[in-house]
Design a binder for this molecule. Sequence first.
Ligand code: PDD
Length: 279
Amino acid sequence: MPNVAFINGSFMPLAEAKVSIEDRGFQFGDGIYEVIRTYKGRPFALDAHLARLDRSATALDLTQPYSCAEWTHHVLEGIRRAAYPEAKIYVQVTRGVAPRDHVYADELRPTVVMTVREFHPLDRSVQAAGVEAITTEDIRWGRCDIKSVNLLANVLARQQVKKAQVFETILVKEELVTEGAVSNVMVVQGGTVVTAPEGSRILSGVTRAVVLDLALSEGLSIQERFVSQADLYEADEVFLTGTTVEVLAVVRIDGKVIGGGRPGPITQRLAAGFTSRVG
Ligand code: PDD
């Protein structure tokens, strides 16, 4: 059964899946999500994704419908039913269905949705060459640490990416680099890996944590602090981290060549280390 959907405990083909137009996710963006991918058919860092889903739920005063064990069961079952070589699992929890009113009733039953689609990893040639990015103003709200389905600012930023025919946009708030529209951003300065600190200005990526841990275990120094947009252009290396991009070199930003215009040695080391951790 390809392209599997799951709504509130039941699996069905994606084409048959329907939710109410009065779902608060639809009307208010009142919900949270996670994107998980498989390696060799197994979900990567599922516990970390589920822990972040829990944190997002708590931040929004949203009742988590399933325990970690129940979520794991449903995700594994979705992967099994879809039977793709590699899958991308999208899970979403919204506050539930109610007549439109900004205020919500405490007893609402959350709407749980999951889709399982085929995942196509990035082309190896793209990984090897690195990608181009632009910068755009980070116009998102003050709680970017919550993985909320309110993604309008990210949607608009990604549309700029499409227009510019590049790979990603790096978001800049008050001259400081926060993260990408769908990824975290790391720079290498004099051998140190630097990335924005956890907090309300970024989504704390599951991949980000794995890569920082990897950097430490490789004997590299890391710093969690903001870098300026000017420092970004001057960095020795810049790379993205994320579920869909893994560790991906950025070799040109706003038309300016980064480092030598090729993936740098530390990026390559971390990309290789990441591949061996997930394999
Ligand atoms: N997004 N920052 C933002 C704003 C993101 O949307 C994502 C991932 C990340 C990377 O997080 P992780 O390493 O946990 O995937 C950072 C997913 C893939 C999405 O919205 O599709």
